[in-house]
Design a protein around this ligand. Structure first.
Ligand code: HEM
Length: 489
């Protein structure tokens, strides 16, 4: 790579000098979102580091990222062949695998349309505008009961532990047509111990780039493999049950609709993209995986920020009290009347940037960006954290201030400001669950803030330091908070 001929008129990428064998691993360190943001100040929006022997391009700055992912989208839409990605969904993941462009595009389209139809389906009673709303409202009410019970028994609770079950139940409802009890050990062992997953697949994990590390014993890697195997087995069992009870005239959920697609495809001799049934039905594995961890992380960070800013918690509650009242559960349709809640969520996304880098990308051919030459098959990191903390775009980026997204009179969200927040990627690989995710974070949070008041456990300082990974979480052990059901007055 470093000795590649640079085509005339293009420049060689800037970046820190790599050490032999380890490259820039030491400078990247354990908080790549900070170290790579600092490097972008020195080397610019497009620079190169080396992790082990492998070159990686790091992109920062809204204009540069937009240029790569939108204007040159086709060239930057691939995924690199990374060691850890091979274990996700048996190497057949929609989000992480190195599927050829045609296969990936066909699978993405299928996933998107299944997700859209099963979230917008009518609810079981006219009270709900759609299935997504019904699942969230019901799970929100169960969650409040569950937190109440835990509070009575233990006097405090760990937000992530309970939120994750409720969120997993919403996506389980859409994918598999079922929900699980808050104490279901099988589900808990998957969703509640998934921190290792994020830690291993976060951008810059040295084992993905330095082959010798793959042969050294590592408890994190062992646990990562075990989570992936258990996850696949869990989904596989449900898929087998679905095949056994599948009825073409009664498509119950996303799994059924994917099985149905396989059946239809067998009749369609003109189908031009060859895909195994496994690759089609395996999409549900991605939807389930992506659908619970991200949203639970967003919601448990929300609780942390509410506890850290009690005055904002009061303001949010007051807004809900005025716009919705305290006698009925908030709905999706209340959202336009809750601008502070919307601004709070945007600021939560921006400030926490809990998905600091997108999933790594890869170039599909030789290309150039901002005048620099980038060869085919180069791994590319997109630094979302940098974009959300860029002082050129954000005034006082390190302060948590939802008002930055509100109009001067506080009655409306400034949509243009909101669109500058980068958390779902952009372009061809943009998250396909974004609309569901934004609705889900909004509605769960509205339900929680209407009914509950969160406080730190006395004597326990709040630790807001994120732990690095694909999704950054707050430390679990420091996270117990107390709450009380609010009086209806
Ligand atoms: C991909 C963010 C929720 C499904 C992504 C990517 C990001 C992201 C940053 C990678 C984009 C890239 O590589 O450039 C988020 C956030 C969420 C969320 C912040 C919640 C707050 C969801 C949900 C689902 C979902 C609820 C589905 C139920 C996917 C899938 C991909 C993806 C399938 C892979 C797309 C591809 O590679 O073509 N998401 N996501 N996500 N997301 Fe989400």
């Amino acid at each position: 790579f470093f000795h590649t001929e640079i085509p005339e008129g293009l420049r060689r990428l800037p970046g820190p000098k790599p050490f032999p064998l380890i490259g820039n691993v030491l400078e990247v360190g354990s908080k790549p979102y900070l170290s790579l943001t600092a490097m972008s100040k020195r080397y610019g929006d497009v620079f190169q580091i080396q992790i082990g022997m492998r070159p990686v391009i790091v992109l920062s700055g809204s204009d540069t990222v937009r240029q790569a992912l939108i204007k040159q989208g086709e060239e930057f839409a691939g995924r690199p062949d990374l060691y850890s990605f091979r274990f996700i969904n048996d190497g057949k993941s929609l989000a992480f695998s190195t599927d050829q462009a045609g296969v990936w595009r066909a699978r993405r389209k299928l996933a998107y349309s299944a997700l859209r139809s099963f979230s917008s389906l009518d609810g079981t009673t006219p009270e709900y505008s759609c299935m997504l709303e019904e699942h969230i409202c019901k799970e929100g009410e169960y969650l409040i009961k569950q937190l109440n019970n835990v509070m009575k028994a233990d006097g405090s609770f760990d937000p992530f532990r309970h939120i994750v079950v409720s969120v997993a139940n919403v996506i389980c409802g859409m994918c598999f047509g079922r929900r699980y009890d808050h104490n279901d050990q099988e589900l808990l062992s998957l969703v509640n111990l998934s921190d290792e997953f994020g830690r291993v697949v976060g951008s810059g994990n040295p084992a993905d780039f330095i082959p010798v590390l793959q042969y050294l014993p590592s408890s994190t890697m062992k646990s990562f493999m075990s989570i992936n195997a258990r996850f696949s087995a869990f989904v596989q069992k449900i898929v087998i049950e679905h095949y056994a009870t599948y009825n073409k005239d009664n498509i119950r959920d996303i799994t059924d609709s994917l099985i149905d697609h396989c059946e239809d495809r067998k009749l369609d001799e003109n189908s031009n993209v060859q895909m195994s049934d496994e690759k089609i039905v395996g999409i549900v594995n991605d939807l389930f995986g992506a659908g619970f961890d991200t949203i639970s992380t967003a919601l448990s960070w929300s609780v942390m920020y509410l506890v850290a800013h009690p005055e904002m918690q009061e303001r949010l509650h007051q807004e809900l009290k005025d716009a919705v009242g305290l006698d009925r559960t908030p709905r999706l349709s209340d959202r336009p009347n809750l601008p502070f809640l919307d601004a709070f969520i945007l600021e939560l996304f921006r400030h926490s940037s809990f998905l600091p880098f997108t999933i790594p990308h890869c170039t599909s051919k030789n290309t150039s960006l901002n005048g620099y030459f980038i060869p085919k098959d180069t791994c590319v990191f997109i630094n979302q954290w940098q974009m959300n903390h860029d002082p050129e775009i954000w005034k006082d980026p390190s302060s948590f201030n939802p008002d930055r997204f509100l109009s001067a009179d506080g009655t409306a969200v400034n949509k243009m400001e909101g669109e500058k927040v980068m958390l779902f990627g952009m372009g061809k690989r943009r998250c396909i669950g974004e609309v569901i995710a934004r609705n889900e974070v909004y509605l769960f949070l509205a339900i929680l803030a209407q009914k509950l008041q969160f406080q730190a456990k006395p004597g326990q300082p709040l630790d807001m330091t994120p732990e690095y990974g694909l999704t950054m979480k707050h430390k679990r052990c420091h996270l117990r908070a107390t709450m009380r059901v609010r009086n209806k007055q």
